[in-house]
Write a protein that binds this ligand. Structure first.
Ligand SMILES: [Zn+2]
Length: 83
């Protein structure tokens, strides 16, 4: 991607200026998830935003199952009966 677009070192999502150093700086993130060879399909994101985006897109793909577990009513005080 480097020869198509020049990194600015600033995240287009949160605006953090993290530089362009590999492993630390901004990374190209695919917008559509289809990896089109289109410049407009890539945005420059800091690592944190890139991870977050990956996490969200992965979760969106595996929405089935796992969400229905978890303690309900923990720490809730029971309603005292006045009878
Ligand atoms: Zn960011």
């Amino acid at each position: 991607m480097a020869r198509y677009k020049t990194k600015t070192g600033a995240c287009t999502s949160c605006g953090a200026e993290v530089g362009t150093e590999r492993g630390r700086g901004t990374e190209w993130a695919n917008v559509s998830g289809r990896y089109l060879r289109d410049l407009d399909d890539f945005v420059e994101l800091c690592i944190l935003c890139h991870r977050e985006r990956d996490r969200l897109s992965r979760r969106a793909k595996s929405l089935v199952g796992g969400a229905a577990s978890g303690p309900t009513g923990a720490g809730q005080r029971g309603t005292p009966s006045n009878e």
